[in-house]
Design a protein around this ligand. Structure first.
Ligand SMILES: [Mg+2]
Length: 125
């Protein structure tokens, strides 16, 4: 499924939700970071005692719904962070991908799960 997303429109909807409830004052950097982590842990909780494949999740309507809701919760807080810091989503993702490409050169890390410092040791040795 291809996602065609209007990020600005989604941020506007989130901002309206927050403003109607006068929750702006609670959205400090620390609180948004904590909230994202809590929601990420709610996503983890779904998988606490099982390890379904993507296809198994897609086949289980209730699980797919629960996973979707936790992903949305994480994304909502993430988009609030992006909005509050006036960040350009595309720019920061492209920039970080470029950094990651340097940290994880394809020729050294293809098919390997190691952290980047494992590859710099290879460079030194
Ligand atoms: Mg949640």
């Amino acid at each position: 499924m291809k996602n065609e997303v209007d990020i600005a429109s989604i941020i506007d909807k989130i901002n309206a939700f927050v403003n109607e409830r006068e929750w702006e004052k609670y959205h400090t950097p620390k609180n948004l970071a904590i909230s994202m982590s809590i929601e990420a842990n709610e996503l983890l909780e779904i998988f606490q005692w099982e390890n379904p494949s993507f296809q198994e999740i897609k086949n289980d309507k209730e699980k797919l719904r629960n996973v979707s809701h936790e992903i949305a919760d994480i994304l909502i807080y993430l988009l609030r962070f992006i909005y509050k810091l006036d960040l350009n989503l595309e720019k920061i993702v492209i920039e970080k991908l470029r950094i990651n490409e340097e940290k994880y050169p394809v020729e050294k890390c293809r098919g390997k799960p190691d952290k980047y410092f494992a590859y710099s040791k290879e460079k030194q040795g």
